[in-house]
Design a protein around this ligand. Structure first.
Ligand code: ADP
Ligand code: MG
Length: 255
């Protein structure tokens, strides 16, 4: 809910502060008193644009007060609440430099330029400028948007606006994924149907028994190898001794 809005040098508003109450808030004033400008200001505060800027009928700098005197900058501050969190947006439009913007959530700064603020607002409000400008804030002469949609395309346009088409896409994708899994499941089931469960269990048991025996053989073979290694070492030692003796005998023989 929008709690408060403050405009400075924003079009015809020199300094305007408005506090909103729950439920309906109505602006009453003669033509040209600045009612639509307040809605434009709310739109600009949230999304950094207005329908006229969006359609390039005016420039952002045209939002700065230009009469009775040309001001250098315009400011908007808006306070609103979503899910018990307090938000404050400030945007400043200047003649000689790009606009500034900041967004605070419970007084903590969470976005520091135009694009960041707009992106964060879209996230917080869960709507973007397109939806806001069509379904929530309709310009005076565009209140009949939904009525003027060609009947054949009405659902398509509304789906597009509410971004429902991505759900349709997700539905189609989910169906194709589900079909893929179904055919995989069928293929596996077909493969499995060629096997007899009891027969498989028996084969498994036999294989396990055989594996057990092989393991036993391996460990007894390891023991044998160990023993053979020791014998080999012993015999090598003996051979060495014999060779030494042989050399000594031959030396004696020569003498
Ligand atoms: N940049 C500007 N500086 C000063 N006044 C402006 C500017 N742009 C528009 N206006 C004035 O704002 C008024 C239009 O306000 P608007 O919000 O449309 O009134 P309402 O909706 O109450 O009829 C006009 O009188 C117009 O001259
Ligand atoms: Mg108006």
């Amino acid at each position: 809910m929008i709690k408060e809005i403050e405009l400075s040098n924003f079009k015809s508003h020199k300094k305007t502060q408005l506090k909103f109450t729950e439920r309906n808030n109505i602006f009453i004033g003669i033509s040209g008193s600045g009612k639509s400008t307040i809605l434009d200001a709310i739109c600009f505060a949230f999304f950094g644009t207005t329908p006229k800027i969006h359609k390039r009928k005016i420039r952002v700098s045209d939002l700065i007060m230009n009469k009775p005197i040309r001001e250098e900058s315009a400011k908007i501050k808006i306070n609103f609440e979503v899910d018990k969190k307090k938000y404050e947006i400030r945007r400043e439009i200047c003649l000689d430099r790009p606009p500034n913007a900041e967004l605070r959530e419970n007084e903590k700064l969470i976005a520091i330029n135009q694009a960041q603020v707009t992106e964060a607002v879209e996230h917080i409000l869960k709507i973007d400028y397109e939806l806001f400008s069509r379904a929530i804030y309709a310009e005076q002469d565009h209140l009949d948007y939904f009525l003027t949609l060609p009947p054949g395309n009405r659902i398509e346009y509304i789906d597009q606006l509410l971004k429902l088409s991505k759900f349709e896409l997700a539905r189609i994708k989910t169906t194709s994924i589900s079909n893929k899994f179904k055919s995989l499941k069928n293929a596996k089931e077909e493969t499995l149907s060629g096997f007899d469960e009891n027969e498989l269990k028996n084969t498994k048991k036999e294989a396990e028994d055989y594996l057990g025996k092989l393991n036993d053989e391996i460990s007894s073979s390891k023991d044998k190898i160990k023993k053979l290694d020791a014998t080999l070492k012993e015999n090598m030692e003996k051979l060495k001794n014999l060779k030494e003796k042989k050399i000594k005998i031959e030396e004696k023989k020569n003498k």
